[in-house]
Design a binder for this molecule. Structure first.
Ligand SMILES: [Zn+2]
Length: 179
């Protein structure tokens, strides 16, 4: 888990993320979380893309098994359930998570168009578990309470490697469909 400042991503990281996303990964400034095997699970993107577009989602869940598991979780009734928890201390912690997210992003670059806008529905709603789980994986447990709960409830775990052999030598020789 990593929040800014990030080490620059390696060429191998960018290659893996591109395979994960199925398109060339651009504007990547760091790898905010990794699988136990070292493969990226959360990618961090410039708050303003090279073409000028503001990009609020600092922590983007890139790992295919993780995104699939979170999509499956979203398809259940878990989102209204989690949203109903946003009272009292947990609601307060979620608002703090929103501020932590903004502070992380603003430490890289302040982009006026997305000032005060974080991700995933924070600070008052639960709209995208991928964004919230991405934040939890980057920041570590105890920062984003809803992301933490979603991560616990989804079928994927950062401690169990479910990586395809994106960059393994085998791909090059076998004409893998990933390439
Ligand atoms: Zn792995």
């Amino acid at each position: 888990m990593t929040t800014p400042p990030f080490d620059p991503p390696s060429a191998a990281d960018i290659a893996t993320v591109s395979h994960q996303l199925g398109r060339p990964a651009r504007n990547v400034i760091g790898i905010a979380a990794r699988c136990v095997c070292g493969a990226p699970t959360v990618v961090s993107t410039k708050p303003r893309l090279d073409d000028g577009t503001p990009f609020p989602t600092l922590y983007y869940l890139s790992h295919p098994a993780a995104t699939a598991a979170v999509s499956t979780l979203e398809a259940t009734s878990v989102m209204p359930e989690l949203a109903a928890l946003l009272t009292g201390d947990l609601g307060e912690a979620y608002r703090s998570a929103h501020l932590a997210y903004l502070a992380d992003r603003n430490s890289i670059e302040t982009v006026p168009e997305i000032d005060g806008i974080s991700a995933g529905g924070m600070p008052e709603r639960v709209k995208c578990l991928h964004a919230l789980v991405g934040h939890s994986l980057a920041a570590g447990p105890g920062v984003n309470p809803i992301g933490d709960l979603a991560l616990e409830r989804c079928a994927w775990s950062p401690t169990v490697c479910e990586c395809q052999d994106y960059a393994a030598n085998g791909n090059r020789d076998s004409g893998s469909s990933l390439l």
